[in-house]
Write a protein that binds this ligand. Structure first.
Ligand code: PGA
Length: 265
């Protein structure tokens, strides 16, 4: 499956702006056959901030666009005294069908470890929430030639999940998307070459099928400074199954240009 996912991060500032952005997306999709889900093989998804999730999911109900959360609480098993957290149950109840886990900004600002991400993945899967697991190396790791080692370490969460929950492997094959996002490419305008991403995605796919061959067909998206101008280059690679888009997802025109690039490939 191809997928293009807009990670809105802490944007937009107001619910009025959320409505305007969603209206623009829906209006454009309604009058563009290439984006019509009956003709396109590209799943479109947006991940608003938690405060706008219910509003967005409600507006996108019965539309071809799915809604994702940007995170879920590590304390998702019960309701209770976890100030500031939103549980997997609450996220699911808001209308989201996926959650992003392990984005580099959460690893950096919230010290998210593999152990914490494994825990969150278990909560998500228990509530039938799909997971977009972000992995990626930092700039110094990239320069030191450590990229594949870092990715293998971050992918060990998937292996641990399967070891702990073998009965959920089948469900995971339908509910897990991997997003490779080199940290040094996020929001910087710097991008790896398509060949580099292709090789890295091949490694990710090989690693996952080594964990369990049922994971061989998972979608692996690229993220980091994807925009309307470079998307079609990335989309040419058979190894790149779509994009996780930050900045360029905040305008309907640029986001849908990226969707079109991956719908054609
Ligand atoms: P960017 O962000 O497209 O603004 O680089 C991507 C992301 O952080 O998911």
């Amino acid at each position: 499956m191809q997928a293009v996912i807009g990670n809105w991060k802490q944007n937009p500032a107001t619910s009025t702006d959320v409505t305007a952005l969603l209206d623009a997306l829906l209006d454009n999709i309604a009058c563009d056959d290439a984006l019509n889900p009956e003709h396109s093989n590209c799943q479109i998804m947006v991940a608003p901030s938690c405060i706008h999730l219910y509003q967005a999911a409600d507006k996108l109900k019965n539309s071809p666009i799915l809604c994702a959360a940007q995170d879920i609480s590590a304390h998702s098993s019960t309701t209770g005294a976890f100030t500031g957290d939103c549980s997997a149950t609450q996220i699911k109840d808001s209308g989201a069908s996926f959650c992003i886990l392990g984005h580099s900004e959460r690893r950096q600002y919230h010290q998210e470890s593999n152990a914490m991400l494994l825990n969150k993945m278990q909560h998500a899967m228990n509530k039938d929430l799909g997971v977009i697991l972000c992995i990626g190396e930092k700039e110094d790791e990239h320069k030191d030639g450590q990229t594949l080692n870092i990715l293998d370490d971050q992918l060990s969460v998937v292996q641990d999940f399967i070891q702990n929950n073998p009965e959920m492997t089948e469900a995971l094959t339908k509910k897990l998307i991997i997003a490779y996002e080199p940290v040094w490419a996020i929001g910087t305008g710097k991008v790896p070459t398509v060949d580099e991403v292709t090789q890295i995605h091949a490694h990710i796919k090989q690693t996952l099928s080594g964990v369990d061959n049922r994971l061989a067909d998972l979608s692996v998206l690229y993220g980091g400074s994807v925009n309307a101008d470079n998307a079609s280059e990335f989309a040419k690679s058979e190894m790149i199954d779509g994009a996780l888009v930050g900045g360029a997802s905040l305008k309907a025109d640029s986001f849908l240009a990226i969707v079109r690039a991956f719908s054609r490939s």
